[in-house]
Design a protein around this ligand. Sequence first.
Ligand code: IMP
Ligand code: MG
Length: 211
Amino acid sequence: IQISDNWPGYSLDLFTYPQHYYGDLEYVLIPHGIIVDRTERLAKDIMQDIGDNDIVVLCVLKGGYKFCADLVEHIKNLSRNSERFISMKVDFVRLKSYHNDQSMQDMQIMGGDDLSKLTGKFFTFCKDIVGTGRTMKVLLHAIEKYNPKMIKVASLLVKRTSRPDGYRPDYYGFEIPDLFVVGYALDYNEYFRDLNHICVINDRGKAKYRV
Ligand code: IMP
Ligand code: MG
């Protein structure tokens, strides 16, 4: 799904959202229900591609936790209601790259079980958003040395950035304009993760939660 640059979004007055964010947002870019429905379809696509193989779902925290939880839930439902039984393991890694709304150079990978256990396995990364793609490249590089049988990347969002080195995930929910978005676990300095919809933050919100 492509959201064009001139898409005005939905007025905040049409939905409910936490009172503590009143005045901090510009508009709703993607309502929560559409996120969940689109994720169901991604789950179906992933199921189709992995066939009878067991998978490891690797959630990239913190921003990926909502997408990952919903995706895993959909895969479980589809698998339960079909002839095919897919066994799934879930693990979590954490990366930190953002300060305010600028992509940072340094990146730290933390957590996760012994990654060498991933040798010979099929697995899917679950990510909130691919911006420049730098984060994903670092992660893939770190994982490839364990020789997994297959790596797929699922990102809820892909940002249309002006940068040309454009990394594309295998599965993504929405391609969005080059805007800073929050909600559905995506944060601005740890705020807005408790917002259901994906929204565009306004200048007042940025100033209020700047560190
Ligand atoms: P990349 O390395 O530029 O692709 O950035 C990836 C990471 O930056 C994501 O995993 C997010 O944590 C963060 N990020 C990028 N764009 C946004 C945004 O619009 N809102 C919130 N976080 C973002
Ligand atoms: Mg973040």
